[in-house]
Write a protein that binds this ligand. Structure first.
Ligand SMILES: NC(=O)c1ccc[n+]([C@@H]2O[C@H](COP(=O)([O-])OP(=O)(O)OC[C@H]3O[C@@H](n4cnc5c(N)ncnc54)[C@H](O)[C@@H]3O)[C@@H](O)[C@H]2O)c1
Length: 355
């Protein structure tokens, strides 16, 4: 039996748009119908390359009633309004990370989707890669024993030209800055693997981008609700950039993902299948040195998840509710760095995040 074609529309034709377009083209039974961008040249380029319609606004996109899913690929501070408008128009929504710039905005998006009876997914594609799935499974099977530490280290490089390439990239309130823009994926992985964070202490600095008013470096310690400790070091100041490290340590095992490779996978109880996990993710491109330098396979998995939302009524692979927890940790980092104090979660008042 042939499956129903799921039709996507993109809002935003900037840097991340080609990854979505390629992912939709590669996903079985998925079709890119239209792309909207107020920058006509950008929309036209994607439309020409991927054979879809170009338009200027979200309203233009929503006028096409055949579109099932709207992918929101606009700067971070614009996700909220677009997601709510698309949900109100009865479309499922897949928004790029972070879901929004505040917990209140994220809650408004979740509420709008619920009210409209549509689903709201978030692109946090690192969750779906093999090495992370293997870590999640081993945690669920309690192979680590008591988990002691979970750390993320992101030593990347972005040039001052990158920060100057679009106004929002150098505006903290629009969602720029290493914490909410780049490290968000890895804060998310720690949160996804370890569960709730109980406390955050962070410092932020600008090491090599003096002309840009944001943090290019984050250093944070985390206390997880399960009693383990952790840290996040993230920067875009270190040329030429190295692959990200995600490190999990328990009393009975250690797992370290570097880039997308499982560098260390060692348990006291070696099991069949462990050697295959050690060979995961070799030779896959990552985004250490520049924004376009990664593969679209993980985006494809997320897109395929949205196709199942439409066809089967399941939840998205990464729900907005689960991304909200990561946003809370990132916002707590901003608040801690600003106030020079530990922040205890859950945050009951986010008014002090930006000062
Ligand atoms: N998942 C990932 O790995 C990943 C990687 C890069 C970016 N992103 C996310 O993708 C989103 C976009 O990032 P980007 O780097 O592509 O940004 P970008 O600035 O390159 O592109 C954004 C586009 O949105 C358009 N736009 C803005 N407001 C609009 C509006 N109201 N109507 C129509 N078009 C509008 C702009 O003209 C621009 O072309 C951000 O949320 C970012 O965090 C995710």
């Amino acid at each position: 039996m042939s499956q129903r074609v799921v039709r996507f529309g993109l809002l935003g034709a900037g840097l991340i748009a080609p990854f979505h377009a390629r992912a939709i083209r590669a996903a079985a039974g998925c079709e890119l119908v239209a792309v909207a961008d107020m920058n006509g040249e950008r929309a036209g380029k994607i439309a020409a390359e991927f054979g879809c319609r170009a338009c200027a606004t979200l309203d233009d996109l929503l006028a096409d009633k055949s579109i099932d899913v709207v992918n929101i690929l606009t700067p971070n501070h614009l996700h909220r309004d677009a997601a709510i408008a698309a949900a109100n128009a009865g479309r499922h929504v897949l928004t790029e990370k972070p879901p929004a710039m505040s917990l209140a905005d994220t809650d408004a998006m979740i509420a709008a989707a619920q009210k409209a009876g549509v689903k709201l997914g978030v692109v946090l594609q690192c969750r779906v890669r093999g090495a992370i799935r293997a870590m999640r499974e081993a945690l669920a099977q309690e192979r680590f024993g008591r988990v002691l530490r979970a750390d993320a280290q992101m030593k990347w490089y972005r040039s001052t030209e990158y920060y100057r390439s679009d106004p929002w990239r150098s505006s903290r309130r629009s969602g720029a800055g290493v914490t909410i823009q780049h490290a968000f994926h890895y804060i998310d992985l720690l949160h996804y693997l370890m569960g709730p964070v109980a406390s955050v202490r962070a410092t932020m600095s600008n090491v090599t981008h003096p002309d840009v008013d944001l943090e290019d470096t984050l250093s944070a310690t985390l206390g997880y609700a399960n009693g383990a400790q952790g840290s996040v070091f993230a920067t875009t100041a270190l040329w030429p950039g190295c692959d990200v490290r995600i490190e999990l340590h328990g009393e009975n095992g250690t797992a370290v993902m570097v880039g997308e490779r499982m560098e260390t996978w060692k348990f006291r109880d070696e099991r069949a299948g462990d050697e295959a996990v050690r060979n995961m993710g070799r030779g896959v491109k990552t985004a250490a040195g520049g924004p376009a330098d990664f593969d679209f396979a993980d985006h494809q998995t997320v897109i395929e998840g949205m196709a199942r939302v439409v066809r089967e009524g399941v939840d998205p692979l990464i729900t907005a509710a689960s991304a909200r927890g990561t946003l809370e940790v990132a916002l707590a980092m901003y608040q801690s760095a600003r106030t020079d104090r530990e922040v205890v979660l859950p945050m009951t008042d986010e008014s002090g995040v930006w000062g």
